[in-house]
Design a protein around this ligand. Sequence first.
Ligand code: B12
Length: 221
Amino acid sequence: MKNMISEQYQQAVFDTDRQLALQIVQNAIDNGVLPEEIVFDIVVPSIEDSISSVSERRYTNLAQHFMASQIAAEVTEMMVPLFRQAPEIVGKMVIGTSSGDFHGLGKRIVKGCLKAQMIEVTDLGLSVPAERFVDQAVELGAAVIGISSMMAHTARSENGSIGVRRLLKERGLEQQIRIIVGGTPYNHDERLYRTVCADAWARNGIEAGAVIVRLLGEIRP
Ligand code: B12
């Protein structure tokens, strides 16, 4: 039965039919499927499938990608309180766009994907100065800072990842906090993340989940 539900859910998400996707989830719950199964066996694989190059349902446009991640985040938020045991949060992070950058769509998509992977994400919003990234990460106990930049000059800015690195150094926080970056300029130059002193980058939200789990593992004692 789960395979059939998964199939129906994926098709609804692919068609960006939010109402139908939510209805399928509700019917599944009514038929005894566990909330944990909805998230880990249906929602997460569906996101993974959507970016797989061999998938028949690979998303082809931005609106579809955006809607799918919003549906995934919404379903996850509905299911988590119903889990029998509180799910283990993999780790905490903050995310925002770099100073001067008001392109927020990529960040929102990433955030939706990470929530479905049990990474607790606090969204600091748009055009976040380096100092605020660091202050907020410390205040919230976040071990990863995620910086989204859609423009070349905001990716390379002294008030972006480079500034965050400088502050982490100055405050002796480099062992406790990692930096991950992403956005169009990184997709075009796979070495750029090193130039801007980040620890890692990822091409999309799903890849980001795996990379962030690795970064969290590095800083555990
Ligand atoms: C939509 C858009 C806008 C919208 C933004 C609306 C909004 N609310 O976000 C508006 C119209 C406001 C806008 C304004 C501008 N824009 Co604009 N915009 C775009 C456009 C068309 C799409 C960007 C986008 O949203 N992509 C969608 C996301 C989903 O893209 P994505 O890369 O697939 O996202 C994934 C990854 O990047 C990754 N990712 C993203 N963030 C992160 C973060 C982390 C931590 C990780 C791990 C991964 C990750 O995961 C995402 C999801 O899978 C691009 C063109 C393009 N093709 O990129 C230009 C573009 C980015 N804009 C550009 C420019 C120049 C501007 C303006 C300066 C234009 C002007 N003269 O006013 C202003 C600047 C505003 C500002 N200060 O920020 C240029 C930048 C050029 C450059 N090389 O720097 C681009 C590339 C267009 C171009 N070819 O010239 N823009």
